[in-house]
Design a protein around this ligand. Structure first.
Ligand SMILES: Cc1ncc(COP(=O)(O)O)c(C=O)c1O
Length: 482
């Protein structure tokens, strides 16, 4: 029997910059996520090719500068390609140290873990390193169950929460659209965010003897930048101590200075039992997350030699990512991310309050802490141009309203912002924490100009733009894919 070997013609990475943008879109549609490209087409995002980025600014192939107010959902607190963070990555690469070698005690994760222990609330000195936010939360859930020797294996979590999209974290995700893959487990209480009494009830109801912990974001990001009432986290901390369950705080979005403190729990005077971080821990250059806890909890969960490999991650704690994260943390300290975020955030929110005052029928609230800002929009009467399916478009536009506002900000003002995942009314404003007032000066006027066009008319403008570009049939076909 003869074996026919076929050598496929592979693209070289060096050819990638020379791919035409049409080819890039085709490859996305064929091999990645065609629905996402359809969504981009509708908003007119598909034609933009970003070629360079620095700080809060992105440069496109046609030389346009865009102001990034998404910062990869909080993963770019340092901005794009921060020179010190990039230099740390290059420095590591040039040394030739082993990046991925777990069989010996590597100095890189050891040094990073020690720095994290110094920066985290007191007592949190044991670190598990991983690669993403969801993995950091998975680590927290497993650690909690294990530290109770499996006798407690349920969690209290909040409505509208988002802690990741893997199977375990979906169990504590507060929105059905994302958690639909897993059945709602009985005895895992989902409580309204900000409601202390609901948590107290969850910790005293029959079945609560199986509760291992309460998992919360200090400020809900994807839930719509929801700041809980003052004192909420402290009260929850007290309840957790009183009932002998763990407080697990997900600071994947609020952390590394985003919400006006290095970790938001520090501003609240709260010490969780487990702290989860990721996103900006990598300074926008490395892919890294961490689950930080008390050493005695780690010992209870995995302290025996037999258990030391029960929870692991192949890529977690690799040398390069740790070196980069060390520099990302150093930059956050040297540049006073916490103070900057508080000061620039207070100034920007004040400016945005001015916009709200001029558009009381379009903006319900400006909310957030530091530079974690949400603009809560009113639900308008959406006007739909003729020839397009009115009710369907109205329903889509209502679900994606901040996306419609974002498209107008992008095309007319060069500002990149977006919706949040679990709240169809909130426009996200998360600039780099190093963005200056000068960088951000145009944002309030741009939002003002967009809202002056009438919130209800923006969907029509977006669709008319798409029809002019792609024709009615193409737009109808995109809408029909919803
Ligand atoms: C609060 C929070 N937790 C967890 C995650 C999941 O992080 P990742 O996408 O890195 O898995 C996110 C992602 O947006 C988040 O906002």
């Amino acid at each position: 029997m003869t074996t026919v070997t076929h050598t496929p013609d592979l693209l070289r990475y060096t050819d990638v910059p020379n791919l035409s943008h049409g080819d890039v879109l085709t490859l996305h549609e064929e091999h990645l996520n065609s629905g996402l490209i359809a969504l981009m087409r509708l908003g007119g995002y598909h034609s933009i090719r970003a070629v360079r980025a620095s700080g809060p600014w992105i440069e496109t192939a046609d030389g346009t500068r865009l102001l990034d107010l998404i910062s990869s959902y909080g993963a770019l607190n340092h901005g794009h390609n921060h020179p010190r963070v990039v230099a740390a990555a290059r420095w590591f690469d040039e040394r030739g140290d082993p990046d991925l070698l777990k069989e010996f005690a590597s100095p890189w994760p050891a040094a990073l873990a020690s720095n994290l222990a110094r920066l985290a609330p007191e007592g949190l000195g044991s670190v598990f390193l991983c690669n993403s936010g969801t993995e950091a939360v998975e680590g927290a859930l497993k650690l909690a169950v294990r530290s109770f020797r499996g006798e407690r294996d349920r969690f209290v979590y909040a409505e509208n929460s988002l802690h990741g999209k893997t199977f375990g974290t979906l169990q504590i995700t507060g929105r059905d659209k994302y958690r639909g893959f897993v059945p709602r487990l009985p005895g895992w209480p989902m409580v309204p965010f900000g409601d202390v009494a609901a948590i107290e009830a969850a910790l005293t109801d029959p079945g609560s003897e199986r509760i291992a912990g309460v998992v919360l974001e200090p400020i809900q990001g994807e839930g719509g930048v929801v700041v809980p009432p003052a004192g909420y986290l402290r009260a929850v901390e007290r309840l957790c101590r009183q009932h002998g369950v763990l407080l697990i705080l997900d600071e994947i979005q609020t952390g590394i200075g985003r919400a006006g403190a290095l970790f938001r729990c520090q501003a609240e005077g709260v010490t969780p039992d487990v702290l989860c971080i990721a996103k900006s821990l990598g300074g926008g250059v490395a892919t890294i997350g961490a689950t930080i806890t008390r050493p005695e909890l780690h010992a209870a969960a995995y302290g025996k030699i037999e258990d030391c490999l029960v929870h692991t991650s192949t890529f977690g704690g690799r040398g390069r990512a740790c070196a980069v994260a060390m520099e990302a943390l150093q930059v956050a300290v040297d540049e006073d991310f916490a103070g900057r975020s508080r000061r620039t955030g207070a100034w920007l929110r004040e400016q945005l309050e001015g916009v709200r005052a001029r558009h009381p029928n379009a903006v319900r609230s400006i909310r957030g802490e530091g530079l974690m800002i949400g603009v809560e929009l009113e639900t308008p009467d959406v006007r739909v141009p003729p020839l397009l399916p009115r009710e369907r478009i109205r329903s889509i536009a209502t679900k994606y309203l901040p996306g419609v506002v974002g498209a107008e900000l992008l095309h007319e003002h060069g500002i990149l912002s977006s919706f949040v995942l679990n709240n169809p009314r909130v426009l996200r404003i998360y600039p780099s924490l190093l963005a200056t007032r000068e960088d951000l000066a145009g944002v309030p006027a741009a939002l003002d100009a967009v809202l002056s066009k009438g919130l209800g008319r923006l969907t029509g403008r977006l669709l008319e733009r798409a029809v002019r570009r792609d024709g009615v049939r193409a737009v109808l076909s995109m809408v029909s894919r919803w």
